[in-house]
Design a protein around this ligand. Structure first.
Ligand SMILES: [Zn+2]
Length: 211
């Protein structure tokens, strides 16, 4: 147990080791934090409805809903049916996150980075994390890439540049669950692109209860 800076008691703390993922069940109304445990580490966040497995957090629908690349604080992330699923209610990080990039996958490492053979990936870790709960999801939804620093470059007609995350150790995003859901977080496995500063690190999921 510990007290989060936003005044909520941490009921459960789950370490997501470097290059791995964790999935947990979260009830509607619960506050869940993602903590950048060591600094400059991107997390790929997914959420799937507990009651309707065909309904899940959808970055493209969220962009459509808010007509922005990323919602403001307090605006909900929505599902593929445009229903709120998670709302970012607090954020002690610089607030730089991404909703444009797919999760890294075996194909990413092969095609984009020329890696031969196996490399850990958010895609594989998404499926492994669900498997630990006895769940399967036939595909991988697009993620919300928390702490990912990949700005649109002005004057380029839309170029995206992958830069190292500027989040510091201990930076925290608090989400409120808007429905019963499966919350999946992977600590991004990329040690090639500069996203994680060349070193893959751990993240923390903290489930909070109101004091
Ligand atoms: Zn990744």
């Amino acid at each position: 147990m510990g007290i989060a800076p936003d005044g909520f008691v941490v009921a459960e703390s789950i370490l997501v080791p470097a290059q791995s993922g964790k999935a947990i069940r979260v009830r509607s109304g619960t506050l869940v934090s993602v903590v950048d445990n060591e600094g400059a580490q991107v997390g790929d966040l997914f959420a799937i409805s507990e009651d309707e497995p065909e309904e899940y957090l959808s970055p493209s629908h969220t962009r459509q809903m808010h007509r922005r690349l990323f919602p403001h604080l307090g605006e909900p992330l929505v599902t593929n049916r445009l229903r709120p699923i998670l709302t970012r209610v607090a954020d002690t990080s610089p607030g730089i996150h991404d909703m444009m990039f797919a999760a890294c996958a075996p194909a990413t490492y092969r095609v984009k980075f020329g890696v031969e053979g196996w490399h850990p990936s958010c895609e594989e870790n998404f499926h492994l994390a669900l498997k630990e709960l006895g769940l399967e999801f036939g595909r991988i939804p697009d993620p919300v890439n928390v702490f990912q620093n990949s700005p649109v470059l002005e004057g380029t007609g839309g170029n995206l540049e992958l830069r190292t995350a500027i989040s510091a150790a201990g930076d925290r995003i608090v989400f409120r669950a808007e429905m019963d859901l499966i919350f999946v977080l992977t600590a991004c496995s990329s040690d090639i692109a500069p996203t994680n500063g060349g070193k893959c690190k751990s993240l923390l999921i903290e489930v909070e209860q109101r004091t």
